[in-house]
Design a protein around this ligand. Structure first.
Ligand SMILES: NC(=O)C1=CN([C@@H]2O[C@H](COP(=O)(O)OP(=O)(O)OC[C@H]3O[C@@H](n4cnc5c(N)ncnc54)[C@H](OP(=O)(O)O)[C@@H]3O)[C@@H](O)[C@H]2O)C=CC1
Ligand SMILES: O=C(O)CCC(=O)C(=O)O
Ligand SMILES: [Mg+2]
Length: 745
């Protein structure tokens, strides 16, 4: 870049999946029309599941069907000061989702290889290895080169207080509870240490048979990083599930399993599979030979059994189905994902994801849907003790004091340790299912054993890394948020946990690097931190939660869902350690059920407020880092527009006939143009947007009429994972009047 020809700042807007992707086809043309007036370029990059799959096969696809590896490109960009990325939620694919996406792409004429569960040839192994790269949470860890700052902006919090969402009432005799193991879990077996110099380690299994197998030959450790390892005893896990199945039956509550099989893509599908194996044990044992021959893999859910049934003789199929139905009569009822369609909690591992599923249960009086389509008390099974206790604390608090009140409750923003694949969410390449009995050990280049566990075949062992610079950055961010907001900040760390004990030492050291005078900064074990935060929100007081990567994920759905009704309304900023900015939109997912509704009735319920907030933060970042005064004016006007959007309650309503996502985008554009026309800081922008403000204001009824007239019929998008762009764009921009007004800018 030369001094004479400065490149214009670039905002990267990501193209993802499902509801946020659909919404983008309506919002992006608006964003472009506004942002380019500040000399800021908006570019897109495709990080959708389909895009990520295609990017793995440049050698297989014909030239006209090849796509670049946009994720790798953005991952590199995130480590530079120029990064300014708006990241929408994307699918973290389970294997059933991955297979469905591959099938769809093949049907569209992409000559992709199949995903073979048990590859036999080199070509099959190569294809599976490539597919594994896009499986699970494959995007966020690559882009998150910084820690996270998630909170409800004041305007959003005020809106929620003024228009409180409905919270299900809680009764003191609710039977709902959390069940976890008492031993044999990761929590109980964790070992941890801080390495005092950079080194490489090897992970190996020394078998009781005397044979040593290298599980991962090299992992680079940096000076001062914390490493830990833990093992989950899968036999203890199976016994635990058996006991919980019996207990749920005895108490007459739903059996419900809450894991993060998407993000914890190696460990949690195995745990999920053990639960499926135990719940359906009598049927799986009876037909073991046939089901194994059919290729059943229960870590993909009982849905995998139904998917494989067609390959069996008709009579066998109906016998298996009848036996499963008979088993349901003896088992506790399962919590349902979709009771109309008979989709249970154990069908697909990506349907029930703990960060969103537990808050939804707490919001609904501690109940979940039963097979009859009614709400019922549930046993929430969260096997590992590391984080299960926090949910039990919330349940007990609701039983004692009733549901939380959005109109009066305080807020719990979060500062989360996330950078450089911190903690469990970076452990996938170091997670193994023990192939044989023996000892798994972590050995450095000098031959010293740093960590070791005795394992039995089938146990799940994992190692995590937490680098030092991210910890320093996290402590700094926590102090800065506490200072700016004047709010107490609590580090949720458990001295009984080996890993947390190492972090506590670091936090105590690095807090001394900052001026903390007058600040209330504490370190508390998670359950106590939860209780303190709950007591305070009931009094209307705010408390910053400063947490590791997993609690960051859990708490930033839990508190927003209680406070705001949804995590879509969160501001979610990742100040990148290299100086760039990553602006995530909301804290939730991609809401697949919204797509189903759109296809059925041309109505998109997705709320893009998270995108609006991210865009304002991204423009602010442009202004701060490049001195672009027009970007500053645009950002300030967008803030005003977001306020008007909330005050006038223009979020999508839930049903056909109200304004949906597209209508909400029109209102954002109108308020933004009005705010630009009303400001006097930049005459050029004022002149440019005054005509748009006038056109949109005068045509409000006409445009809303056109947008509502489009609703109420089915829509065909030419694909689910890889829809036809022209069809989506046409469906998402049905108002000719609005489109024409935008085109004038
Ligand atoms: N950052 C990312 O990339 C993330 C991606 N995911 C992915 O999203 C998918 C679904 O995950 P799940 O755990 O079910 O989480 P979701 O957040 O998608 O679902 C929970 C519920 O949150 C509400 N919700 C979330 N965002 C919005 C929005 N913008 N507008 C309106 N409602 C919203 C809806 O609830 P209601 O109907 O009650 O209003 C939704 O059904 C998975 O594929 C997962 O991998 C998940 C989390 C983060
Ligand atoms: O990456 C994912 O799969 C989910 C991310 C998530 O839930 C979060 O960051 O809150
Ligand atoms: Mg989350």
């Amino acid at each position: 870049m030369s001094d004479t020809q400065p490149q214009s700042p670039v905002i990267i807007y990501t193209l993802t999946d499902e509801a946020p992707f659909l919404a983008t086809q309506s919002l992006l043309p608006i964003v472009e029309a506004f942002v380019e007036s500040a000399g800021v370029a908006v570019e897109t990059r495709d990080i959708s599941l389909a895009g990520r799959i295609l990017a793995q096969f440049p050698d297989v696809l014909p030239a006209d069907k090849q796509v670049g590896d946009h994720l790798a490109e953005l991952g590199a960009l995130a480590t530079t000061p120029e990064a300014n990325i708006i990241k929408l939620p994307n699918i973290s694919a389970s294997v059933p989702q991955l297979k469905a996406a591959i099938k769809e792409l093949q049907a569209q004429g992409y000559p992709l290889p199949d995903y073979v569960d048990e590859p036999k040839t080199d070509a099959e192994r190569d294809a599976k290895a490539r597919y594994n790269r896009v499986k699970g949470s494959a995007v966020n860890p690559v882009l998150r080169e910084g820690n996270s700052d998630r909170r409800a902006p004041l305007s959003v919090k005020n809106y929620a207080r003024k228009h409180p969402h409905r919270m299900g009432a809680w009764s003191a005799d609710s039977q709902s509870h959390v069940a976890h193991m008492d031993g044999g879990d990761f929590y109980g077996s964790e070992q941890s240490l801080t390495v005092d110099h950079a080194t490489d380690v090897r992970i190996e299994l020394v078998g009781v048979d005397g044979v040593t197998t290298v599980l991962k030959d090299k992992t680079a450790l940096t000076d001062g990083e914390v490493i830990d390892a833990a093992v989950l005893d899968t036999r203890a896990l199976a016994q635990f599930f058996d006991a919980q199945i019996d207990d749920a039956k005895a108490r007459g509550v739903l059996f419900s399993l809450h894991l993060k099989a998407t993000m914890m893509k190696v460990s949690d599908p195995i745990i999920f599979g053990v639960a499926v194996n135990r719940f359906y044990a009598p049927v799986l044992a009876k037909y073991d030979t046939e089901l194994m021959a059919a290729g059943l893999d229960t870590s993909h859910g009982i849905g995998d059994l139904y998917a494989r049934l067609p390959s069996l003789p008709a009579e066998l199929q109906s016998n298996i189905k009848a036996d499963i139905d008979a088993l349901y009569a003896q088992r506790p009822a399962l919590a349902m994902v979709n009771s109309d369609k008979g989709i249970t909690n154990l069908h697909v591992p990506s349907d029930v994801i703990v960060d969103a599923s537990m808050p939804a249960m707490i919001r609904d009086s501690g109940k979940m849907w039963n097979p009859a389509g009614e709400l019922q008390d549930a046993k929430a099974v969260i096997p590992d003790r590391s984080y299960a206790g926090i949910y039990q604390a919330v349940i007990e608090d609701c039983k004692a004091h009733g549901a939380f009140e959005p109109a009066t409750m305080g807020s719990v923003p979060n500062v989360g340790l996330m950078a450089q694949k911190a903690e469990e969410y970076g452990s996938h390449d170091k997670t193994f299912r023990a192939p044989r009995d023996g000892t798994i050990q972590v050995v450095d280049t000098a031959g010293k054993v740093l960590l070791q566990h005795a394992v039995r075949a089938g146990d799940i062992w994992r190692m995590c890394q937490t680098r030092d610079l991210p910890v320093q950055d996290w402590v700094k961010l926590a102090v800065s948020r506490a200072r700016i907001s004047g709010t107490p900040a609590v580090f949720w760390l458990d001295p009984q946990r080996a890993h947390d004990a190492q972090l506590i030492a670091k936090v105590e050291t690095y807090l001394k690097d900052h001026d903390t005078s007058g600040l209330d900064i504490r370190i508390l074990p998670p359950v106590e931190a939860m209780q303190l935060s709950l007591d305070r929100i009931r009094r209307g007081e705010d408390t910053i939660s400063v947490t590791g990567n997993v609690l960051r994920d859990y708490l930033t759905d839990l508190f927003p869902i209680m406070e705001l009704g949804t995590s879509a309304k969160m501001l979610s900023v990742v100040p990148l350690m290299a100086g760039g900015g990553l602006f995530e939109t909301g804290a939730g997912g991609s809401a697949p059920k919204h797509v189903q509704q759109f296809e059925a009735e041309d109505y998109l319920r997705w709320d893009s407020l998270g995108e609006f907030l991210a865009l304002a933060a991204s423009l602010d970042h442009v202004a701060e880092t490049t001195g672009n005064a027009k970007a500053k004016v645009l950002a300030a006007a967008l803030d005003v527009a977001n306020g008007a959007f909330l005050d006038n309650n223009k979020s999508p309503s839930r049903k056909v006939g109200g304004i949906d996502n597209r209508g909400s985008h029109f209102y954002l554009a109108m308020y933004w143009a009005q705010a630009l026309a009303a400001q006097d800081e930049d005459a050029e922008l004022k002149a440019k947007f005054a005509p748009l403000a006038k056109a949109l204001t005068e045509n409000e009824d006409k445009i809303v009429g056109e947008l509502i007239a489009a609703q109420g019929k089915s829509v065909e998008l030419g694909g689910y994972y890889h829809p036809d762009l022209a069809k989506v764009s046409a469906a998402m921009r049905p108002s000719a009047t609005f489109n024409a007004a935008l085109a004038e800018v």
